[in-house]
Design a protein around this ligand. Structure first.
Ligand code: 3HC
Ligand code: NAI
Length: 632
């Protein structure tokens, strides 16, 4: 039984029990419908809606989207709930998300544990709340806060939600008995049947212009995305239509979103991100090793960011550098980064200080003796990595995991420099490490299963999406990006200007275009890497000759004020540069390429297909472990 109903004296108690997250599957909706029918017909004076397990209802069952809706729909359940002739109290623990929070909004009162959170994250799936969320939330908290909450899709803590008026009471102690006491208090006080649908939207000063301005801003922040704009339409509708008209308006937009390619893709990603950390063929009895203290070698671009990731997750870190100067430089960068986050209002000074206090610096390898995991992030040189791993082999305790953040080097070769290759694994973070969610866990030939299991579960613990990669040049992300960058070079030599390529890809939704990214990172990095390759390894010269020509003319990107673009030395604002077109034309002539006009559609297809094709090649070469990458 996914939903049960029982009486505790004058109270009717509905319990949803549909592990793992109490999603609103057809069985749950049917169960709720039946329980509400029982409650309507008995002499209970109020009803408590409670969930078993780790959370309140976390939303509609995403696996059911795209299939015909089986009755009762969530809207029908909500209607029955809201029109029940006695007060219903939602008791929230864990997370009440999406349709789950919409269900709670149809209850007449909402109470929650202090650790609970609520939210309408549908936008992250290319959807909008389709069970009244866009109509009820603005009635409770006004259009501005509703726009921020629903287009942002973030969770709100119970305390903040109570401050906004989304939750009526935060209850200390064990939730169920506290919620029962709260329901009894409501009965005793003759609490009225409060229905959000009966409220009007408080909209002082919020007019058509304000909605249009919001749409414009959102268009910049969530470029190319349909759902956020439709959310604004729905909230605007709430300010001008009756409640039932608003619901119908929302329903239509929700149906359009469910049928959209954007939502299908984002729903695919939702499940793919949850499937990726599961390692096929790994014995489920394998237990991860405990990780309570981490060491990081190298306090440069990556090491500093990785240290922040662990400190943010509450895990103490020792950051090791070659000398005091390097260490102080690294620690100062971390300090600056926390300062920026505080400045943006995303972190309190107190919390930042607590996180920074978890990072200690050292120049002595012996300070890593008690680390459970050490991640190496020193220069990308096999000789340097060898030295570091031999040293780690000497000082680290037995069972410590030794990880490398190398981007391209052979993890088997690194492992072979130690007497414990079974403890060696790749943990490849992306830059900036404290922001980017992807973590490639690279399995070398001798990596032990429990080391892999540890890296995967730790990845989740520190808020990353871990994926398994095999040992190969560039693993997964960089291998795919290489083909993407290669296509940008080919489009340029064939006749597309850098600004056309970047415009097409940013309009599609990429945060930056590939050439602006190149200028930001510095064109000399790829140039130096190419110098170490043979002509055969470098491949077709048309895929790098423009980049080489720019570097050879000292156009290294933003840092020299010129790369694929020209940069204002003060503001860093970029402008297209006719000199670059001349460089491109000269290279085209030198390599016998007849230039032509490329359509935006061709540019988009070629870049996306380059990513997709390489993705499939990686899958093909992955062998038994799914998404991995071929061996050397
Ligand atoms: N439907 C179906 N399955 C779901 C689900 C959902 N809404 N939410 C989570 N799951 C599944 C996951 O796929 C995973 O399955 P697996 O164990 O087989 O891989 C399992 O539940 C556990 O999920 P997580 O690994 O994500 O567990 P966490 O504890 O890390 O996180 C959570 C829990 C915060 C609830 C997170 O799962 C989450 O954010 N879920 C999605 C919430 C959401 O987007 N809700 C809105 C849905 S759309 C909607 O409600 C439309 C409505 O407006 C009409
Ligand atoms: P970096 O040059 O910014 O930092 C390297 C740091 O390591 C320097 O501070 C240096 O002083 C220190 N160092 C060098 N040898 C050392 C030793 N023996 N002991 C202690 N410290 C030592 O380099 P970055 O960019 O942080 O790269 C580090 C590693 O991460 C490389 O393997 C790189 O391929 C990889 N990587 C880099 C990414 C990037 O975007 N920069 C992304 C993902 C991985």
């Amino acid at each position: 039984m996914t939903v049960t109903y029982h009486r505790e004296q004058e109270l009717g108690i509905i319990t949803v029990d549909n592990p793992p997250v109490n999603a609103l599957s057809h069985a749950v909706r049917q169960g709720l419908n039946d329980a509400l029918a029982q409650a309507r017909n008995d002499d209970s004076e109020a009803v408590l809606l409670f969930c078993a397990g780790r959370t309140f209802v976390a939303g509609a069952d995403i696996t059911e989207f795209g299939k015909p809706v089986q009755s009762p729909s969530l809207q029908q359940v909500n209607e029955r709930l809201e029109s029940l002739g006695k007060p219903v109290v939602a008791a929230i623990h864990g997370t009440a998300l999406g349709g789950g929070f919409e269900l709670a909004l149809c209850c007449h009162y909402r109470c929650a544990s202090p650790s609970a959170a609520v939210g309408l994250p549908e936008v992250n799936l290319g959807l909008l709340p389709g069970a009244g969320g866009t109509q009820r939330v603005p009635r409770l908290i006004g259009p501005q806060a509703a726009l921020d909450m629903i287009t942002g899709g973030q969770k709100i803590t119970a305390t903040d939600a109570a401050g906004l008026g989304l939750i009526d009471r935060v209850l200390e102690g064990e939730l169920k008995p506290a919620a029962i006491a709260y329901a009894r208090e409501l009965i005793a006080g003759g609490a009225p049947l409060r229905r959000i649908r009966d409220l009007s939207v408080p909209a002082p000063g919020f007019n058509q212009n304000a909605f249009d301005e919001y749409r414009k801003q959102l268009g910049k922040r969530k470029r190319g995305q349909q759902a956020p704009q439709k959310i604004v339409d729905c909230i605007e509708a709430a300010t001008r239509l009756t409640f039932d008209e608003g619901l119908a308006f929302e329903r239509e937009r929700f149906t359009e979103c469910v049928a959209s390619e954007q939502s299908a893709a984002l729903r695919h990603i939702f499940f793919a991100e949850r499937t990726a950390p599961k390692i096929r063929g790994l014995d489920t009895a394998v237990q991860p090793r405990p990780i309570n203290r981490v060491g990081i070698i190298g306090a440069g671009t990556m090491g500093g960011g990785i240290a922040m990731v662990f400190a943010n997750a509450g895990i103490p870190v020792t950051l090791l550098e070659l000398n005091d100067e390097g260490l102080q430089r690294g620690l100062a960068l971390i300090d600056k980064n926390y300062g920026i986050t505080i400045g943006k209002g995303k972190l309190s000074e107190q919390e930042a200080a607590a996180r920074q206090a978890r990072i200690s610096g050292s120049t002595d390898y012996h300070s890593l003796a008690d680390a459970d995991l050490v991640i190496e992030a020193v220069f990308e040189s096999m000789d340097v990595k060898r030295q570091v791993f031999s040293k780690l082999d000497e000082v680290c305790k037995p069972g410590a995991i030794l990880a490398t953040n190398t981007s391209y080097l052979d993890v088997n070769e690194i492992a072979a420099t130690t007497t414990r290759p079974e403890d060696v694994v790749g943990m490849h973070f992306f830059s900036p490490a404290n922001v980017m969610r992807l973590l490639e866990v690279v399995r070398a030939d001798k990596t032990a299963d429990d080391v892999l299991a540890t890296a995967m579960s730790l990845g989740k613990r520190i808020g990353k999406v871990p994926v398994l990669a095999g040992v190969c040049y560039g693993f997964i992300g960089n291998r795919m990006l290489r083909q993407y960058g290669r296509e940008a070079q080919l489009c340029m030599i064939e006749g597309a200007a850098p600004e056309q390529i970047d415009r097409v890809l940013t309009s599609f939704g990429m945060a930056m275009g590939p050439l602006a990214v190149g200028d930001l990172a510095g064109l000399d990095i790829g140039y130096k890497a190419r110098q170490a390759l043979t002509a055969e390894q470098k491949g077709d010269p048309r895929t790098y000759c423009i980049a080489d020509a720019l570097v050879e003319q000292d156009r290294l990107g933003q840092k020299t004020g010129a790369g694929y673009y020209r940069y204002d030395p003060q503001t860093r604002a970029r402008t297209p540069d006719p000199e670059v077109l001349e460089i491109i034309q000269a290279q085209a002539a030198q390599h016998g390429v007849q230039q032509r006009e490329l359509s935006d559609g061709e540019i988009l297809d070629r870049h996306l297909l380059a990513l997709i094709n390489e993705g499939f090649r990686i899958l093909d070469s992955g062998g038994r472990d799914r998404p991995t990458g071929q061996r050397y």
